[in-house]
Design a protein. Structure first.
Lengths: 647, 104, 500
């Protein structure tokens, strides 16, 4: 195995880069910031590939065990409960290390060209490094609190990067929204952690999983035994943890931040809001998967249904959006829904664990083709200076490389063999077929819609209105198709989008660490491929040439289209809850009560004292003879008293 | 020594005291108030001498105190008149009602 | 190591400032004095570790006692444990930063620095004293300078605020004094001897009836200092009118006197009563946390935002104390340290912004990141610490409190804990609202285009505080090692009575 130091360098290099660029970058290192960031990440990526090589390939024995390479007590709470920081290697964390470092490296490289000339170039790289560090820390967590910490850190890096163009009010609003919505979900996560740790008396992942899955465990008995509102503490804990995951992964109904998050620079969307951070929720459920699968199938069912609903819901909305990044954002949401319900249909161990492997497989392939889609979209936006479909069209001649790679990615996400998405989607569908027919049909329909909207996007960008924008290419603002550093990542990622599907994934990742042979039957594949091709053909008919067919369909659909176009008014509901209820019904009265009632009471006491003092003060008339009179009265009073008392 | 009974003297001194007290409370003129204070002091002096004479003819305590009070009264009158003069200089008045600067 | 130097240095610095007139000289003296304090507190920390390493397990290190009023049992008794040590470090950081941000205090500079130093002397004295009467004495020393600092150097409705603050804190002191007298007169041992000595008192059982009667006095009295709901209203007014350094001292140190007193005097010496009253404490703390957070959301003045958020954050201190288990109390102490540093940093940033833009209203600010990147970064970092981001001290403290609070299974306690957890969302809302409006967004006022970034002294002040925040945030284990044994010692007394 590797030395722990080699492993630790994987997250620490980006962290060091963050500190270096964050503190000195702006003033001293601005021109070379990109080089520094990319180089350090290149080293990280090589180290993680090496780690993956030695973990998977040099591995001997039947089962992949989880190895804690390094661990320290970070914050002790009590004798047996403490936050530990460490570095854990197991199949999913090693896979994530590779995904995160590779995609991040691509994005670093791409940004060299894309962000060139930005005012805050060094800051941008500092934030990217911070994000990469946090994400790496997240995936190697040994402790559920460690994952929460890095969870928050990826949240804040996402906030900083969405709000990178901080003088744009829409970017500021989007960054706030992303942070607050995920923060709300994290509240659930936090309480979930508290519940689980209270019953399991540990925060450590391996111990936690062991204690909450072993059937004779007293911890498990206690967690199932105590209940609240009819559900056991374990269910509550797991559902709340899933809520955290759903928030980060933009699962319905906590998805509202993701489309707005597209305000950030496009490479950031590729890295954070497509390939890595948004799958953290899937990763979290996968990390705790034994507990979900063995001890609490009810919670897993919730994961399944929310995932499926989210997949379908997002796909429908994606068909109506006109901002290309938003289309991609909804497609991300839809694909993450796929991963979630794949976990939901899975069971623990052996063939039952097919869904688990499929989900991780899809996560893996999705990272490549979705990053590719975003980077391609970035190249388009870089050239056109617009996100809107109506400003695009006919770009296939002026951007040949982008065109080809984008097409590859579209085919991959649509599930056309032999591209990567086909294989992973296929596994998910067969897992769903085995477990739950309703889910299978939802997934199938979603696959068709996915093919449709992806090709709608593709045709709108590269075909449709013929070469209307040739003038753009020659004007002084245009960057052409972009620099070499922007093209190389596209090519590398498209290799991933083509080839990732051929990896025998079941040999590496499975729910219980054993090798799993992924079944592949051509009969099962016919239906999904047919649906995907149908979607593509429909898109071709509607969007390849500029015509009014699509407008007619829109008119025919009427209210349904309008609802989907407005994202089914979920944003408006949230806005109502926050603006009207939180601000106006709670915040405003709280501020008013404080100012008038609580503080009023304090001021009231002061005024009362003042009033009494004024009353007493009037005795002090300042007239000598009044005082003398009081004096006499006093003397008489005392004299009378003395006489009576003495007697 | 059976001329004037003690009660008569006490009645006189009491009258004197209450005339002084009344004057002190009612007169607004500071000089008049000072005179009233003198009246009260003198009524006390009378009491001292009378009791000393009638009850403890062998002691001199009452007489000593009387002399003491006369001396104090002289000093007090001097101080009081000095205050009154200063007050007059400041306010052009020796009315007690006008001397209320300390009130606020 | 002699603890008295800690009090002596600020007093001497204060006196030394009186001999000079020029701002340049006075501020240099104050700077040297407070830098010396910081060095001294580090030396003290080193000595503390050395003693502990040498196997000295006494609850209070560097113990010394001098008779003051022998007939009344008052002695100048001093000594520190880990908790007091951490508080001393906090004070030293905040004092130095406070002096540095007041670098341009032109108005009556001599008197200003004199009062600052006096205040810090009061704080140090309070934390080192182990005698209730001496403790009270130092508490009072720390009140009066605040009145003057706000009344003379403040802004806005300064007379009103100064009066309000002084009256409420004096009211608190009066209650504290009653509580202390109650403790004293019920502390008779078998010889009928009364004592003010905290160590003595902790082993004498005060009669339960006396505890039940006097605990509220002591707790509410100290609680007023620590922004106990509903006696927190001096906080917003006081902070918003105070000059920057005074705000930092007020929030960074003075409010901690209250929390420390609640813990060391009220809870430690009257554990049975504390246990009996703990539901009420938790109720008030939970209200303060969530209601303070919601009230913050509606504020439009940066200083009011930070002041109300202080109410909310100080609620965690009281919540931790009310929960009365080791983890929660450790969390409460951590929260005191963390909040002290973080809120001082926040006030420093707000002060720097105000000094340049002459406004603190959100509506009149915007896009400051463009013109003053350093100050804006500091503001954002303080905000992120406030909303409990890992890597900063706030996270460590809040999570420890939550973890401790969750150990209580009773429904009421659970609800209080969940409500307190929920405040992290509200905190995020108001912090991002403030940062989004003032730091990010377009520049709203063209006059702001030509503002300058922080000067060296302001940078130094911010860095001093940041070092504290980040050290705790990245390596919290040293802090928990430092205060852990202290809390354990307290719990030995508190826990014993819960069991019995």
């Amino acid at each position: 195995m590797n030395l722990p130091m080699n492993l630790l360098l994987i997250p620490l290099l980006p962290f060091a880069t963050f500190l270096l660029l964050g503190i000195f970058g702006r003033k001293y290192l601005s021109p070379v910031a990109g080089i520094i960031g990319t180089t350090s990440l290149l080293v990280s990526a090589i180290l993680s590939l090496q780690a993956a090589y030695s973990y998977f390939i040099q591995h001997t024995g039947e089962v992949y065990t989880s190895i804690v390479a390094w661990k320290m007590t970070w914050l002790p709470f009590s004798q047996d409960v403490s936050i530990d920081i460490g570095f854990m290697l197991d199949p999913i964390s090693v896979m994530m290390l590779v995904v995160v470092t590779v995609v991040s490296l691509m994005v670093h490289l791409y940004s060299l060209g894309y962000m060139k000339g930005e005012d805050r170039f060094a800051t941008y790289y500092a934030f990217l490094s911070l994000f990469t560090f946090s994400m790496l820390g997240l995936v190697v967590s040994v402790n559920i609190f460690q994952i929460y910490m890095f969870w928050e850190l990826v949240g804040v890096s996402s906030f900083l990067l969405i709000g990178f163009y901080f003088d744009k009010p829409s970017a500021v609003a989007a960054s706030k929204k992303a942070f607050i919505v995920t923060r709300f979900a994290d509240l659930g996560f936090l309480i979930g952690i508290l519940i689980l740790s209270y019953h399991a008396h540990t925060l450590d992942f391996p111990t936690l999983i062991q204690r909450l899955t072993a059937s004779d465990s007293t911890y498990l008995t206690s967690a199932i035994g105590s209940s609240f509102l009819g559900f056991s503490a374990l269910t509550w804990g797991l559902v709340l943890v899933f809520m955290g995951g759903a928030g980060k992964s933009a699962i319905f109904p906590l998805h509202i931040w993701l489309p707005d998050a597209m305000e950030g620079p496009t490479p950031v969307s590729a890295l954070i809001h497509a390939a890595t951070m948004v799958v953290a929720g899937v990763f979290l459920v996968a990390r705790l998967f034994p507990i979900y699968a063995i001890s609490c199938p009810g919670a897993l069912e919730l994961v399944m249904w929310t995932g499926a609903i989210s997949a379908m819901f997002a796909a429908i909305i994606a068909c109506t959006q006109t901002d290309i990044k938003r289309v991609l954002a909804y497609s991300t949401m839809s694909q993450i829904g796929y991963m979630m319900f794949a976990l939901g249909v899975a069971g623990y161990g052996g063939e039952n664990g097919l869904g688990f492997t499929a989900s991780m497989f899809h996560l893996f392939t999705h990272a490549f083709f979705k990053a590719l889609l975003f980077l391609g979209a970035g190249a388009v936006i870089h050239m056109i200076h617009s996100n809107e479909m109506k400003d695009m069209g006919g770009l296939r001649k002026s951007m040949p490389i982008t065109h080809i790679t984008f097409l590859i990615a579209c085919l991959a996400i649509a599930g056309i063999p032999p591209f990567a998405g086909f294989f992973s989607k296929e596994e998910i569908l067969s897992a769903a077929w085995n477990a739950n027919k309703a889910i299978y049909y939802i997934a199938l329909i979603t696959a068709g819609i996915t093919a449709f909207y992806m090709f709608r996007l593709y045709y709108n960008i590269f075909w449709s209105k013929e070469a209307k924008h040739d003038s753009h290419i020659h004007d002084e603002h245009s960057h052409g198709e972009g620099t070499l550093t922007m093209k190389i990542p596209l090519l590398i990622l498209s290799i991933g989008a083509i080839g990732a599907g051929f990896i025998p994934f079941g040999n590496f990742v499975s729910s219980d660490g054993h090798h799993l042979h992924l079944p592949f039957e051509i009969a099962n594949a016919i239906m999904p491929i047919g649906v995907a091709i149908a979607g593509i053909l429909m898109a071709t008919a509607l969007y390849k040439k500029e015509n009014d067919k699509s407008d007619k369909i829109v008119a025919a659909l009427g209210g349904i289209y309008k609802g989907a176009y407005h994202k089914f008014y979920i944003d408006e509901i949230y806005l109502f809850v926050t603006k009207k209820i939180l601000f106006n019904l709670i915040g405003r009265p709280a501020a008013w009560i404080d100012k008038n009632i609580v503080d009023g009471a304090m001021n009231g006491i002061a005024s009362l004292v003042m009033w009494k003092a004024n009353l007493i003060k009037s005795i002090q008339s300042g007239k000598v003879q009044d005082y003398a009179l009081y004096f006499y009265i006093g003397v008489f009073g005392l004299a009378i008293l003395a006489i009576y008392l003495v007697k | 020594m059976s001329g004037v009974p003690l009660t008569h003297i006490i009645i006189v001194s009491s009258l004197l005291f209450f005339i002084g007290a009344y004057g002190f409370l009612t007169r607004r003129n500071l000089i008049a108030m000072l005179m009233s204070v003198e009246l009260m002091l003198n009524s006390v002096n009378i009491n001292f001498i009378a009791f000393n004479k009638y009850l403890f003819p062998d002691n001199l305590d009452g007489l000593v105190y009387t002399i003491f009070i006369i001396a104090i009264a002289a000093a007090e009158a001097a101080v009081a008149i000095a205050i009154i003069i200063n007050l007059f200089r400041n306010t052009r008045s020796i009315d007690a009602e006008d001397a209320d600067q300390l009130k606020n | 190591m002699n603890l008295h130097i800690l009090v002596l240095i600020p007093v001497l610095t204060a006196l030394a400032t009186l001999f000079f007139k020029e701002l340049k000289q006075v501020r240099m003296i104050a700077f040297l004095g407070s830098a010396l304090q910081l060095l001294l507190s580090f030396a003290l920390l080193a000595a503390f570790y050395a003693e502990r390493a040498a196997g000295n397990l006494a609850p209070m290190l560097f113990y010394s006692s001098f008779q003051w009023f022998p007939s009344l049992g008052i002695a100048y008794t001093t000594g520190i444990d880990g908790i007091a040590m951490a508080m001393i470090l906090l004070s030293a950081f905040v004092v130095l930063a406070g002096v540095l941000v007041s670098w341009k205090m032109e108005k009556l500079s001599r008197e200003f620095f004199f009062l600052l130093m006096l205040l810090s002397a009061g704080a140090y004295g309070f934390f080192i004293s182990l005698d209730l009467f001496v403790m009270f004495f130092f508490l009072e020393i720390a009140v009066i300078p605040k009145f003057l600092l706000i009344g003379v150097w403040g802004s806005g409705r300064k007379e009103y605020s100064a009066m309000k603050l002084a009256l409420m804190l004096m009211g608190g002191s009066a209650l504290v004094f009653l509580g202390l007298m109650g403790i004293y007169f019920n502390s008779a041992d078998i010889h009928g001897q009364h004592t003010f000595n905290i160590l003595e008192l902790s082993v004498r059982h005060l009669p339960l009836s006396a505890q039940m009667l006097f605990f509220p006095f002591a707790f509410i009295g100290f609680g007023i200092f620590g922004a106990l709901f509903p006696f927190h209203t001096w906080v917003p007014d006081g902070h918003s009118s105070a000059p920057t350094a005074a705000s930092m001292f007020l929030a960074g140190i003075s409010m901690k006197l209250g929390g420390y007193g609640c813990l060391r005097v009220a809870t430690y010496l009257m554990p049975e009563a504390a246990h009996a009253y703990s539901p009420y404490i938790i109720l008030l703390a939970a209200i303060a946390i969530i209601y303070g957070a919601f009230a913050t959301m509606m504020q439009t003045d940066l200083k009011y935002i930070n002041a109300y958020s202080s109410v909310s954050h100080c609620g965690f201190v009281l919540l931790g104390i009310g929960m009365m288990n080791e983890t929660a109390i450790t969390g409460a102490v951590m929260q005191m340290i963390s909040h002290g540093l973080m809120t001082a940093l926040f006030f420093a940033a707000i002060g720097m912004i105000y000094e340049r833009t002459h406004t603190r209203m959100l509506a009149q600010l915007g896009g400051l990141l463009k013109v003053m990147p350093f100050i804006s970064s500091i503001f954002v970092i303080a905000g992120l610490c406030s909303l409990g981001l890992p890597g900063f001290s706030g996270f460590v403290a809040e999570m420890t409190v939550f973890m401790g609070s969750w150990q209580h299974v009773e429904t009421g306690y659970r609800i209080a804990t969940i409500l307190s957890c929920a405040s992290i969302v509200v905190t995020a809302v108001y912090i991002l609202r403030a940062a989004g409006k003032s730091i990010m967004g377009p520049i709203v006022d063209d006059h702001h285009l030509h503002l300058s970034d922080a000067t060296w002294n302001e940078k130094l002040a911010a860095i001093v505080l940041l070092i504290g925040i980040v050290t705790i945030g990245i390596a919290p284990f040293w802090l928990s090692d430092l205060i852990g044994p202290g809390v354990h010692g307290l719990m030995a007394n508190i826990g014993r009575t819960i069991l019995s």
